[in-house]
Design a protein around this ligand. Structure first.
Ligand SMILES: Cc1cc2nc3c(=O)[nH]c(=O)nc-3n(C[C@H](O)[C@H](O)[C@H](O)COP(=O)(O)OP(=O)(O)OC[C@H]3O[C@@H](n4cnc5c(N)ncnc54)[C@H](O)[C@@H]3O)c2cc1C
Length: 333
Protein backbone atom coordinates (compact mmCIF):
# COMPACT_ATOMS: atom_id res chain seq x y z
CA UNK A 1 0.00 0.00 0.00
CA UNK A 2 1.40 3.41 -0.91
CA UNK A 3 1.49 6.00 1.86
CA UNK A 4 2.27 9.65 2.27
CA UNK A 5 4.41 10.78 5.22
CA UNK A 6 5.47 14.17 6.48
CA UNK A 7 8.43 15.27 8.63
CA UNK A 8 10.34 18.46 9.41
CA UNK A 9 13.55 16.87 8.17
CA UNK A 10 13.70 13.79 5.96
CA UNK A 11 16.98 11.85 6.13
CA UNK A 12 18.00 9.26 3.55
CA UNK A 13 20.39 6.61 4.94
CA UNK A 14 20.75 5.12 8.43
CA UNK A 15 24.53 4.89 8.49
CA UNK A 16 26.29 6.77 11.27
CA UNK A 17 25.98 10.13 9.44
CA UNK A 18 22.20 9.86 9.04
CA UNK A 19 21.68 8.57 12.57
CA UNK A 20 23.84 11.23 14.23
CA UNK A 21 21.96 13.88 12.25
CA UNK A 22 18.63 12.40 13.32
CA UNK A 23 19.62 12.20 17.00
CA UNK A 24 20.81 15.77 17.06
CA UNK A 25 17.70 17.08 15.28
CA UNK A 26 15.39 15.09 17.56
CA UNK A 27 17.23 16.52 20.57
CA UNK A 28 16.47 20.00 19.21
CA UNK A 29 12.79 19.11 18.92
CA UNK A 30 12.54 18.59 15.16
CA UNK A 31 10.32 15.86 13.79
CA UNK A 32 12.67 13.66 11.75
CA UNK A 33 12.15 10.61 9.60
CA UNK A 34 15.05 8.39 8.54
CA UNK A 35 14.65 5.85 5.74
CA UNK A 36 17.14 3.09 5.03
CA UNK A 37 17.17 0.70 2.09
CA UNK A 38 18.67 -2.21 4.04
CA UNK A 39 16.68 -4.27 6.51
CA UNK A 40 19.01 -3.14 9.31
CA UNK A 41 20.63 0.15 10.24
CA UNK A 42 24.39 0.78 10.10
CA UNK A 43 25.41 1.05 6.45
CA UNK A 44 29.16 0.49 6.50
CA UNK A 45 28.97 -0.28 10.22
CA UNK A 46 28.11 -3.87 9.33
CA UNK A 47 28.37 -6.89 11.62
CA UNK A 48 27.63 -10.28 10.06
CA UNK A 49 26.73 -13.65 11.57
CA UNK A 50 28.45 -16.75 10.20
CA UNK A 51 27.83 -20.10 11.89
CA UNK A 52 27.96 -19.53 15.65
CA UNK A 53 30.20 -16.48 15.24
CA UNK A 54 30.14 -12.81 14.44
CA UNK A 55 32.43 -10.57 12.40
CA UNK A 56 32.70 -6.93 11.44
CA UNK A 57 32.69 -6.69 7.66
CA UNK A 58 32.86 -2.92 7.03
CA UNK A 59 34.47 -0.54 9.53
CA UNK A 60 36.70 -2.44 11.97
CA UNK A 61 37.37 0.18 14.62
CA UNK A 62 37.25 3.95 14.96
CA UNK A 63 39.36 6.76 16.24
CA UNK A 64 38.47 10.11 17.81
CA UNK A 65 40.69 12.97 16.66
CA UNK A 66 38.29 15.85 17.37
CA UNK A 67 37.14 16.87 20.84
CA UNK A 68 33.53 17.06 19.61
CA UNK A 69 33.52 13.39 18.65
CA UNK A 70 35.61 12.35 21.68
CA UNK A 71 32.82 13.69 23.90
CA UNK A 72 30.38 11.26 22.25
CA UNK A 73 32.91 8.43 22.50
CA UNK A 74 33.42 9.15 26.22
CA UNK A 75 29.68 8.73 26.79
CA UNK A 76 29.69 5.44 24.84
CA UNK A 77 32.70 4.27 26.90
CA UNK A 78 30.90 5.16 30.15
CA UNK A 79 27.81 3.27 28.97
CA UNK A 80 29.96 0.19 28.23
CA UNK A 81 28.94 0.27 24.57
CA UNK A 82 32.43 1.00 23.29
CA UNK A 83 35.85 -0.21 24.46
CA UNK A 84 39.44 0.49 23.55
CA UNK A 85 40.66 -2.39 21.40
CA UNK A 86 44.19 -1.26 20.64
CA UNK A 87 46.65 1.60 20.30
CA UNK A 88 48.02 0.40 16.97
CA UNK A 89 48.56 -2.55 14.68
CA UNK A 90 51.32 -4.88 13.68
CA UNK A 91 52.09 -5.20 9.97
CA UNK A 92 52.49 -8.93 10.54
CA UNK A 93 56.24 -9.10 10.12
CA UNK A 94 58.20 -10.99 12.75
CA UNK A 95 59.08 -9.04 15.86
CA UNK A 96 56.75 -6.13 15.22
CA UNK A 97 54.50 -5.00 18.03
CA UNK A 98 51.60 -2.58 17.83
CA UNK A 99 52.59 1.06 17.99
CA UNK A 100 51.65 2.98 21.10
CA UNK A 101 49.46 5.52 19.38
CA UNK A 102 45.97 6.91 19.89
CA UNK A 103 43.13 4.63 20.98
CA UNK A 104 41.33 2.50 18.40
CA UNK A 105 37.81 1.83 19.66
CA UNK A 106 35.54 -1.12 18.97
CA UNK A 107 31.91 -1.74 19.87
CA UNK A 108 30.62 -4.53 22.12
CA UNK A 109 28.77 -7.02 19.95
CA UNK A 110 30.24 -5.51 16.77
CA UNK A 111 30.33 -2.12 15.07
CA UNK A 112 26.71 -2.30 13.93
CA UNK A 113 25.61 -2.25 17.57
CA UNK A 114 26.64 1.43 17.66
CA UNK A 115 24.15 2.19 14.88
CA UNK A 116 21.45 0.17 16.66
CA UNK A 117 22.12 2.18 19.81
CA UNK A 118 21.90 5.49 17.94
CA UNK A 119 18.67 4.46 16.19
CA UNK A 120 16.88 3.49 19.41
CA UNK A 121 13.81 5.64 19.93
CA UNK A 122 14.12 7.41 16.58
CA UNK A 123 11.66 7.06 13.70
CA UNK A 124 13.79 4.92 11.39
CA UNK A 125 12.09 3.04 8.57
CA UNK A 126 14.27 0.21 7.23
CA UNK A 127 13.71 -1.80 4.06
CA UNK A 128 12.78 1.41 2.22
CA UNK A 129 14.76 2.41 -0.85
CA UNK A 130 14.29 5.96 -2.08
CA UNK A 131 14.25 6.10 -5.87
CA UNK A 132 13.40 9.72 -6.72
CA UNK A 133 13.52 13.16 -5.15
CA UNK A 134 12.01 16.36 -6.57
CA UNK A 135 11.43 19.84 -5.12
CA UNK A 136 7.93 20.29 -3.75
CA UNK A 137 7.05 23.92 -3.21
CA UNK A 138 9.45 25.22 -0.55
CA UNK A 139 10.52 21.65 0.37
CA UNK A 140 11.01 18.19 -1.05
CA UNK A 141 9.05 15.16 -2.19
CA UNK A 142 10.79 11.77 -2.12
CA UNK A 143 9.36 8.48 -3.36
CA UNK A 144 10.40 4.98 -2.40
CA UNK A 145 10.51 1.88 -4.62
CA UNK A 146 6.98 0.96 -3.51
CA UNK A 147 5.58 4.36 -4.56
CA UNK A 148 5.12 5.82 -1.05
CA UNK A 149 5.71 9.57 -0.77
CA UNK A 150 7.68 11.55 1.83
CA UNK A 151 7.23 15.31 2.15
CA UNK A 152 9.57 17.53 4.16
CA UNK A 153 10.75 21.14 4.14
CA UNK A 154 14.38 19.98 4.57
CA UNK A 155 16.29 16.99 3.24
CA UNK A 156 19.58 15.36 4.31
CA UNK A 157 21.16 12.90 1.87
CA UNK A 158 23.78 10.52 3.33
CA UNK A 159 24.13 7.76 0.68
CA UNK A 160 27.47 7.66 -1.15
CA UNK A 161 27.50 10.83 -3.24
CA UNK A 162 27.11 9.21 -6.71
CA UNK A 163 24.07 7.33 -5.34
CA UNK A 164 22.64 10.49 -3.77
CA UNK A 165 23.05 12.42 -7.02
CA UNK A 166 21.25 9.66 -8.89
CA UNK A 167 18.16 10.17 -6.71
CA UNK A 168 17.73 13.82 -7.63
CA UNK A 169 15.79 14.60 -10.77
CA UNK A 170 18.42 16.63 -12.73
CA UNK A 171 15.80 18.80 -14.44
CA UNK A 172 13.54 19.52 -11.48
CA UNK A 173 16.39 19.79 -8.93
CA UNK A 174 19.24 21.32 -10.94
CA UNK A 175 22.30 21.84 -8.74
CA UNK A 176 24.28 25.07 -8.98
CA UNK A 177 27.34 24.48 -11.24
CA UNK A 178 29.77 24.97 -8.32
CA UNK A 179 27.91 22.39 -6.16
CA UNK A 180 27.70 20.02 -9.11
CA UNK A 181 31.47 20.29 -9.66
CA UNK A 182 32.22 19.55 -5.97
CA UNK A 183 29.87 16.60 -5.80
CA UNK A 184 30.85 14.95 -9.07
CA UNK A 185 34.52 15.21 -8.04
CA UNK A 186 33.85 12.81 -5.14
CA UNK A 187 34.53 9.15 -5.91
CA UNK A 188 35.01 6.00 -3.81
CA UNK A 189 37.43 3.10 -3.86
CA UNK A 190 35.94 -0.41 -3.57
CA UNK A 191 36.78 -3.07 -0.99
CA UNK A 192 36.27 -6.83 -1.10
CA UNK A 193 35.69 -8.10 2.42
CA UNK A 194 35.93 -11.83 3.17
CA UNK A 195 34.70 -13.41 6.39
CA UNK A 196 36.14 -16.82 7.27
CA UNK A 197 34.91 -19.16 10.01
CA UNK A 198 37.95 -21.23 11.06
CA UNK A 199 37.91 -24.56 12.94
CA UNK A 200 40.93 -23.64 15.08
CA UNK A 201 42.77 -20.72 16.60
CA UNK A 202 44.68 -18.17 14.53
CA UNK A 203 48.13 -16.82 15.38
CA UNK A 204 47.72 -13.18 14.55
CA UNK A 205 49.97 -10.81 16.50
CA UNK A 206 48.55 -8.74 19.38
CA UNK A 207 45.79 -7.55 19.55
CA UNK A 208 44.58 -10.09 16.98
CA UNK A 209 44.87 -8.00 13.82
CA UNK A 210 47.32 -7.01 11.11
CA UNK A 211 47.14 -3.80 9.07
CA UNK A 212 49.12 -3.20 5.86
CA UNK A 213 47.70 -0.07 4.24
CA UNK A 214 49.57 -0.38 0.93
CA UNK A 215 49.52 -4.14 0.41
CA UNK A 216 47.12 -6.24 -1.66
CA UNK A 217 45.56 -7.46 1.60
CA UNK A 218 45.21 -4.44 3.86
CA UNK A 219 43.57 -5.94 6.95
CA UNK A 220 43.30 -9.32 8.71
CA UNK A 221 41.50 -9.53 12.05
CA UNK A 222 40.39 -12.28 14.40
CA UNK A 223 36.94 -11.30 15.66
CA UNK A 224 37.18 -13.75 18.59
CA UNK A 225 40.31 -12.00 19.86
CA UNK A 226 38.60 -8.67 19.20
CA UNK A 227 35.95 -9.81 21.66
CA UNK A 228 32.85 -9.88 19.47
CA UNK A 229 32.73 -13.58 18.56
CA UNK A 230 33.13 -15.67 21.73
CA UNK A 231 31.75 -18.89 20.20
CA UNK A 232 33.78 -19.14 16.99
CA UNK A 233 36.94 -17.90 15.33
CA UNK A 234 35.85 -15.62 12.49
CA UNK A 235 38.50 -13.79 10.52
CA UNK A 236 37.86 -10.63 8.49
CA UNK A 237 40.11 -9.99 5.48
CA UNK A 238 40.03 -6.80 3.39
CA UNK A 239 41.60 -6.40 -0.02
CA UNK A 240 43.14 -3.05 -1.01
CA UNK A 241 41.51 -0.97 -3.79
CA UNK A 242 43.59 -2.38 -6.68
CA UNK A 243 43.24 -5.99 -5.58
CA UNK A 244 39.51 -5.41 -5.00
CA UNK A 245 39.11 -4.06 -8.55
CA UNK A 246 41.11 -7.00 -9.92
CA UNK A 247 38.71 -9.54 -8.36
CA UNK A 248 35.52 -7.45 -8.42
CA UNK A 249 33.81 -9.28 -11.30
CA UNK A 250 35.07 -12.74 -10.40
CA UNK A 251 32.82 -15.27 -8.69
CA UNK A 252 32.54 -15.20 -4.90
CA UNK A 253 34.57 -18.44 -4.76
CA UNK A 254 37.45 -16.99 -6.77
CA UNK A 255 37.48 -13.75 -4.78
CA UNK A 256 37.32 -15.62 -1.46
CA UNK A 257 40.18 -17.91 -2.55
CA UNK A 258 42.29 -14.86 -3.36
CA UNK A 259 41.57 -13.36 0.08
CA UNK A 260 42.04 -16.70 1.89
CA UNK A 261 45.66 -16.92 0.73
CA UNK A 262 46.40 -14.34 3.46
CA UNK A 263 45.29 -16.84 6.12
CA UNK A 264 48.21 -19.21 5.47
CA UNK A 265 50.78 -17.18 7.38
CA UNK A 266 48.67 -17.06 10.54
CA UNK A 267 47.24 -20.57 10.93
CA UNK A 268 48.71 -23.98 11.60
CA UNK A 269 48.31 -26.73 9.01
CA UNK A 270 45.36 -28.38 10.84
CA UNK A 271 43.23 -25.25 10.90
CA UNK A 272 40.74 -25.11 8.02
CA UNK A 273 37.97 -22.86 6.75
CA UNK A 274 34.54 -24.13 7.81
CA UNK A 275 32.50 -21.51 5.95
CA UNK A 276 33.07 -18.13 4.32
CA UNK A 277 31.16 -15.20 2.85
CA UNK A 278 32.04 -12.23 0.71
CA UNK A 279 30.87 -8.61 0.88
CA UNK A 280 31.47 -6.32 -2.06
CA UNK A 281 31.73 -2.74 -0.75
CA UNK A 282 31.49 -0.70 -3.93
CA UNK A 283 31.61 2.60 -2.01
CA UNK A 284 34.14 1.78 0.71
CA UNK A 285 36.37 4.85 1.01
CA UNK A 286 35.70 8.30 -0.44
CA UNK A 287 38.39 10.08 -2.43
CA UNK A 288 38.27 13.69 -3.60
CA UNK A 289 36.54 14.54 -0.34
CA UNK A 290 35.10 18.00 0.29
CA UNK A 291 36.83 20.28 2.81
CA UNK A 292 33.63 21.21 4.70
CA UNK A 293 31.71 18.83 6.96
CA UNK A 294 28.66 18.87 4.71
CA UNK A 295 27.44 20.61 1.60
CA UNK A 296 24.33 22.73 1.65
CA UNK A 297 23.07 23.04 -1.91
CA UNK A 298 22.59 26.55 -3.23
CA UNK A 299 19.48 27.85 -5.00
CA UNK A 300 17.27 24.93 -3.97
CA UNK A 301 14.98 24.19 -1.01
CA UNK A 302 17.04 23.11 2.06
CA UNK A 303 19.12 20.16 0.83
CA UNK A 304 22.23 18.95 2.63
CA UNK A 305 24.71 16.32 1.45
CA UNK A 306 26.46 14.56 4.34
CA UNK A 307 28.54 11.48 5.10
CA UNK A 308 32.19 10.50 5.18
CA UNK A 309 32.89 12.20 1.83
CA UNK A 310 32.59 15.47 3.76
CA UNK A 311 33.74 15.09 7.36
CA UNK A 312 36.61 12.72 6.52
CA UNK A 313 36.84 9.16 5.19
CA UNK A 314 36.13 7.31 8.41
CA UNK A 315 33.53 6.71 11.11
CA UNK A 316 34.44 9.88 12.96
CA UNK A 317 34.20 12.00 9.81
CA UNK A 318 30.79 10.58 8.96
CA UNK A 319 29.53 11.19 12.51
CA UNK A 320 30.74 14.80 12.55
CA UNK A 321 29.27 15.34 9.10
CA UNK A 322 25.89 14.15 10.36
CA UNK A 323 26.07 16.60 13.26
CA UNK A 324 27.00 19.46 10.93
CA UNK A 325 24.11 18.56 8.61
CA UNK A 326 21.74 18.63 11.59
CA UNK A 327 22.97 22.12 12.47
CA UNK A 328 22.16 23.39 8.96
CA UNK A 329 18.82 21.60 8.79
CA UNK A 330 17.75 22.82 12.24
CA UNK A 331 18.04 26.41 11.12
CA UNK A 332 15.62 25.70 8.26
CA UNK A 333 13.23 23.11 9.69
C1 LIG B 1 35.47 -2.39 4.28
C2 LIG B 1 35.45 -1.10 5.04
C3 LIG B 1 36.32 -0.90 6.11
C4 LIG B 1 36.32 0.29 6.83
N1 LIG B 1 37.12 0.41 7.92
C5 LIG B 1 37.03 1.52 8.69
C6 LIG B 1 37.71 1.59 9.93
O1 LIG B 1 38.34 0.61 10.37
N2 LIG B 1 37.63 2.75 10.64
C7 LIG B 1 36.88 3.82 10.21
O2 LIG B 1 36.81 4.84 10.91
N3 LIG B 1 36.16 3.75 9.06
C8 LIG B 1 36.23 2.63 8.30
N4 LIG B 1 35.48 2.53 7.16
C9 LIG B 1 34.71 3.70 6.73
C10 LIG B 1 33.43 3.86 7.57
O3 LIG B 1 32.73 2.64 7.59
C11 LIG B 1 32.59 4.94 6.90
O4 LIG B 1 33.36 6.14 6.81
C12 LIG B 1 31.29 5.28 7.65
O5 LIG B 1 30.69 4.14 8.19
C13 LIG B 1 30.38 5.97 6.64
O6 LIG B 1 29.14 6.30 7.24
P1 LIG B 1 28.04 7.10 6.39
O7 LIG B 1 26.86 7.24 7.25
O8 LIG B 1 28.66 8.30 5.78
O9 LIG B 1 27.72 6.15 5.14
P2 LIG B 1 27.04 4.71 5.08
O10 LIG B 1 27.40 3.91 6.27
O11 LIG B 1 27.40 4.16 3.74
O12 LIG B 1 25.47 5.04 5.17
C14 LIG B 1 24.71 5.39 4.04
C15 LIG B 1 23.39 4.65 4.14
O13 LIG B 1 22.53 5.06 3.09
C16 LIG B 1 21.78 3.94 2.68
N5 LIG B 1 21.24 4.20 1.34
C17 LIG B 1 21.93 4.33 0.18
N6 LIG B 1 21.08 4.57 -0.83
C18 LIG B 1 19.83 4.61 -0.32
C19 LIG B 1 18.53 4.81 -0.87
N7 LIG B 1 18.36 5.04 -2.18
N8 LIG B 1 17.45 4.78 -0.05
C20 LIG B 1 17.60 4.53 1.29
N9 LIG B 1 18.82 4.33 1.87
C21 LIG B 1 19.92 4.38 1.07
C22 LIG B 1 22.80 2.81 2.71
O14 LIG B 1 22.18 1.54 2.72
C23 LIG B 1 23.55 3.13 3.98
O15 LIG B 1 22.99 2.48 5.10
C24 LIG B 1 35.44 1.33 6.44
C25 LIG B 1 34.55 1.14 5.38
C26 LIG B 1 34.54 -0.07 4.70
C27 LIG B 1 33.54 -0.30 3.61
Amino acid sequence: MTESKQADVFIVGAGIAGLMAARELARRGAQVLVVEQDEAVGGRLATRHLGPGRADSGAQFFTAREAEFQAWVDRWLDAGLVYEWSRGWSDGSLGTTPATGHPRYAVRGGMQALATHLAAGLPVQTGTRIVSIVPDGAGWLARDAGGSAYHAPALILTPPVPVALGLLDPDAAALAPSDHAILTHIDYTPCLSGLFWMNGDMRLPEPGAVQRPNATITWIADNRRKGISPDATLVTIHAGPDYSRQYWDRSDTEALNALASALQLFKDYRTEIVQSRLDRWRYATPIGIYRERCLKASDLPPLIFAGDAFGGPRVEGAALSGLAAAEHAASRA
